[in-house]
Design a binder for this molecule. Structure first.
Ligand code: ZN
Length: 167
């Protein structure tokens, strides 16, 4: 396993649209394992392949406190959503920034697992928010894109300044 570098906003590669995965093979399982190690080390509760500069439709999530339920979703698609909720979100690609985003409260998704088998899942609360956040990454969208232009610019400036200072 290996730790992978995580792209940081405003890196333009975060806005690439990820391609569907046609064959779920050992290389996909290896990437998922490396992404899990990277996510736990960060630490975070979700990671999209886009964030490690692999532009394919794979996300991994573990919203438990004791790292006990790692879930991988390949080619995830939201097939139903309902309700709405405002929650504070953060992102491993936007370190130190937390902002309120409105999301569906309950979602049903279909996806493939790491063996290539299709499944459906209905999620609510934090898991539902996390899945929506990670699917956005696959579509080239970062959560700060929901904020006003002014706020996005401020976040961009702040992160660019941070990046310069850590060089
Ligand atoms: Zn994120």
């Amino acid at each position: 396993m290996a730790l992978l570098p995580i792209l940081r906003y405003p890196d333009p590669r975060l806005h690439k649209k990820a391609a569907p995965i046609s064959i779920v093979d050992a290389s996909i399982r290896q990437l998922a394992a490396d992404m899990a190690e990277t996510m736990y080390a960060a630490p975070g509760i979700g990671l999209a392949a886009t964030q490690v500069d692999r532009h394919i439709r794979l996300i991994i999530i573990d919203v438990t406190e004791n790292k006990s339920k790692l879930q991988a979703f390949i080619n995830p698609e939201i097939i139903n959503k309902s309700g709405g909720c405002d929650g504070e979100e953060g992102c491993l690609s936007v370190p130190g920034i937390y902002e309120t985003v409105n999301r569906a409260e309950t979602i049903t998704i279909k996806a493939l697992d790491l063996d290539g088998n299709p499944f459906e899942l209905t999620a609510e609360g934090l898991l539902a928010v996390c899945i929506q956040h990670e699917i956005d990454h696959l579509n080239g969208k970062v959560f700060v894109n929901y904020l006003s232009r002014l706020k996005q610019q401020r976040i961009k400036d702040k992160l660019l300044k941070q990046a310069r200072e850590t060089l």
